[in-house]
Structures are given as structure tokens and as C-alpha cells.
Design a protein around this ligand. Structure first.
Ligand SMILES: O=C[C@H](O)[C@@H](O)CC(=O)C(=O)O
Ligand SMILES: [Zn+2]
Length: 280
């Protein structure tokens, strides 16, 4: 079987305050996410959010259900968001083929049975980044092309946080139960994402950093606003952000990341912003 799953339980602010570097990384960092010809799910108990990355090279990869779900098929009680950060790929959904070019996305609603992933060319494979959350209603599948996304410019060079934010899977673009996904790209010369930092205790979040140059890194900040911690991250690594935690990062170069959220509401703007000079 080419599908595996690692369960991560939820940690409280009280526990996290006492963690050393290795413990923080074991708890929140997701390494080796992009899997060749297989699927390695991380199942987080924060809002039962699941994360995986699929790189089909020699075969097409089937979305199999896993024991943790105790369901007949993966999407029986779940919805799925997919963003392709590689070259052209195909997602086959119950016989319908969706071609996803670089940076195109697909939303799959609850109830789809047979889903498989393949690359157009094994020499330049697709890289599918997947987020999945529980769903109690079936909404139609929808491809989101680069022209369908909502684009916002944020920050400024003076504060080293100039960036372009692209909303792919939000309820103004596609009907969803609780999943939200998008992509943010830091402009050349800037380094900070999500600064001023914010918390949304109503939603957890996962960041997946990519387009980080080989010899560079992103320092990701987490924790309560008055008790922050950091995790150094490499290209194609993800980090789980508890609902009570800030999630912000500063790179040693520009970079991009995919954000995915789930929880109490679908209101993208529901954030409690922390004044930068009050962070501790
Ligand atoms: O709740 C929203 C998420 O944290 C991200 O969309 C924020 C982000 O990409 C940014 O400001 O750079
Ligand atoms: Zn956020």
C-alpha cells in the first residue's frame, strides 16, 4: 500500500511553552510531505485537518481511504482542496478528468468515490498539495484557474512585508463546508509574511512553504502573542498552526506558501491582529 497516515494530537499552550526545539519540530513541523508515487497523510486533531503531497512519477496515485477515517472511501465524510505547484497534472474524479496546470487548483466535494492523480509527463511531474477537512454536505467539484482567484496586494517594501495573496478556495470563489486555501508570494526584497501577525481562535491553519531557494530558509513564528517560538523551515515543508497561535514567517530570501484553514467560520477576514510592538 502506498498510503500512510501519521496522527498528530492537539497540544495546549501550556504544554508548548515548555517544549524544546526537537519537541516543537516533532509536534508541528511536517517534513517529507511531497511523496513520489504515494501518499503520506498527516492527520491533525486540530479541526481534523489532513495534509499530504503527491508527486506521481511512474504511476497514477489513487486516493485511498485510511483506517483513521473508518469510512468506505476517502471523501465519504470529507472535502478536499488540491493545488498543483509542479508541472501539468491530471486529477481523475469518478471518470471526469481535470487538468491542473502549474498553480491551478481543484475543490472536490464530499461524496466523490474514485479519485486518482497523475502527471502529464514523468520527466516534469505534477506536485499536488492536498488539504482535507470533515464535511457534512456535498458541494459541486470546481476547478479554480489562475484567473478565478481573488488577488490582494499586502504590505510594503519599507516594512519588508510586500506580498501578493491569492485566494483560491474561499466561499466567494467556491461553495465549501469549512475548507479555505490560498497562496501568498513574498516580493523580492521583502521577507515577512503575515506581519502584523494575527490569531484566529476560531480556525486552525497549516502553512506549506515552497519556492524557498535550496540554500535558504524561512523562520516560522508560532505561539501565543506574548510567548512566541520559532521553527526553521526548508523548501516544501509544512507547519501546523494551532488556533491559539500566531503564524508568521521571515525568510532569508523571498518565497511562497500555501495557507489552508478550517474551523468555526468561513470569514477570511476574521482575525485578531496583534500590534507588532506587543509581540513577546
Ligand atoms: O488567516 C489568513 C492566513 O494566515 C494567510 O492568508 C495570511 C497570509 O498569507 C499573509 O498575510 O501573508
Ligand atoms: Zn491566519
Amino acid at each position: 500500500m502506498s498510503t500512510n497516515c501519521e496522527v498528530r494530537y492537539a497540544a495546549s499552550p501550556r504544554e508548548v511553552k515548555k517544549m524544546d526545539t526537537a519537541e516543537l519540530r516533532d509536534e508541528f513541523l511536517v517534513k517529507d510531505l511531497m511523496t513520489k508515487d504515494g501518499v503520506n497523510w498527516i492527520y491533525s486533531h486540530y479541526d481534523r485537518f489532513m495534509v499530504a503531497g503527491i508527486v506521481p512519477v511512474n504511476k497514477s496515485v489513487v486516493l485511498e481511504t485510511i483506517d483513521a477515517l473508518k469510512s468506505e472511501f476517502f471523501l465519504q465524510r470529507r472535502e478536499l482542496g488540491i493545488i498543483n505547484i509542479g508541472e501539468a497534472g491530471v486529477v481523475n474524479v469518478d471518470g471526469t478528468e481535470y487538468v491542473l496546470e502549474h498553480k491551478e487548483a481543484l475543490y472536490l466535494g464530499q461524496g466523490n468515490k474514485e479519485v486518482s492523480f497523475s502527471s502529464k509527463s514523468s520527466n516534469s511531474p505534477a506536485m499536488f498539495y492536498l488539504n482535507s477537512t470533515p464535511a457534512h454536505k456535498s458541494f459541486p467539484n470546481k476547478k479554480i484557474g489562475t484567473n478565478d482567484v481573488e488577488v490582494i496586494e499586502l504590505g510594503a517594501p519599507e516594512t519588508a512585508n510586500a506580498r501578493t495573496l491569492r485566494k483560491y478556495i474561499v466561499n466567494s470563489v467556491v461553495d465549501v463546508c469549512q475548507l479555505q486555501m490560498g497562496m501568498t508570494t513574498i516580493k523580492s526584497g521583502s521577507s515577512w509574511n503575515t506581519m502584523p501577525a494575527h490569531v484566529h481562535d476560531r480556525r486552525m491553519e497549516v502553512y506549506f512553504y515552497f519556492e524557498v531557494p535550496e540554500d535558504q530558509a524561512v523562520c516560522h513564528f508560532m505561539g501565543e502573542t506574548n510567548e512566541t517560538r520559532h521553527i526553521w523551515m526548508a523548501n516544501n515543508e509544512a507547519v501546523i498552526s494551532p488556533p491559539w497561535s500566531i503564524h508568521s514567517g521571515s525568510g532569508t530570501s523571498s518565497y511562497s506558501f500555501i495557507w489552508g484553514m478550517a474551523g468555526e467560520n468561513l470569514d477570511y477576514g476574521d482575525m485578531d491582529v496583534c500590534p507588532t510592538n506587543e509581540l513577546r
